[in-house]
Design a protein around this ligand. Structure first.
Ligand code: ZN
Length: 245
């Protein structure tokens, strides 16, 4: 079965992850060993958009789709986005690192940019409810029906958050919301989430270089759904959103 990893990181983390650094060569090796045929690659929280894009463009034996990390405080960001729009397949927002929720004014021009380019955005969701709750991107999806939004970590990487996020997504009625599986290990609840929102709304991700695809592929394989639905989660949904093969 074709597998696209919808959420990997390459490069240098800050001291949040002890300055851990990984190279693009390591990513190619791990992805190939895992049976992954392409991946959406994000920088880490040191915002190395320029370096990662350069690295991706130099790789000839694996397909990476570049996602730019949006830190509105990054003075080089607007110029970078302006000059490289043809290579940018997705934008990544991390409310917790930026300490602002995604309804904050400083993020809005980047959502405009994604809508203009017709590319999706990945929004980190987590346990810091005041900043990184899934409620903010769900509200954003209602404000911007033309923007496809992937809620990372199934809305918060914790069974209570994942299942309540799935219910809120369903109740919102917004059809531009998707859920990424990266870093969620409680397989029983992943199955519950898929039952609630449907396989057409779920996107496989590993959160490599923090996780490994081989840690999370079995979770999707174990879901009580059809092969066709697993294909949607492993590659079909993300390919449709990014307009890729
Ligand atoms: Zn991540």
């Amino acid at each position: 079965m074709k597998i696209t990893d919808g959420h990997i990181h390459i490069g240098q983390w800050s001291d949040v992850f002890l300055n851990y650094n990984s190279t693009i060569e390591e990513a190619v090796t791990v992805m190939k060993e895992s049976g992954v045929s392409s991946a959406i690659a994000l920088p880490c929280d040191t915002f190395e958009n320029e370096k990662l894009l350069k690295d991706i463009l130099s790789v000839k034996d694996f397909v990476f789709h570049f996602a730019a990390w949006i830190n509105p405080g990054d003075k080089t960001l607007d110029k970078f986005l302006g000059e490289n729009s043809k290579h940018i397949k997705c934008l990544k927002f991390h409310p917790s690192f930026q300490r602002k929720n995604v309804l904050d004014e400083s993020f809005q021009k980047y959502f405009d940019y994604a809508e203009e380019l017709k590319i999706p955005v990945i929004i980190h969701c987590g346990r810091w409810k005041e900043i990184a709750s899934f409620d903010f991107p769900i509200a954003l999806a209602k404000q911007r029906p033309g923007l496809n939004i992937i809620l990372a970590h199934l809305g918060g990487d914790q069974p209570s958050l994942c299942t309540s996020c799935a219910t809120s997504v369903k109740e919102s009625g917004a059809d531009n919301l998707y859920l990424g599986t990266e870093s969620v290990r409680e397989f029983y609840f992943v199955n519950e989430v898929v039952k609630t929102v449907g396989a057409g709304k779920v996107i496989f991700g590993s959160d490599y270089n923090l996780g490994l695809p081989k840690m999370y592929i079995p979770i999707v394989e174990s879901l009580k759904i059809s092969q066709e639905e697993k294909e949607l989660i492993f590659s079909g949904n993300v390919s449709r959103l990014l307009n890729i093969e």
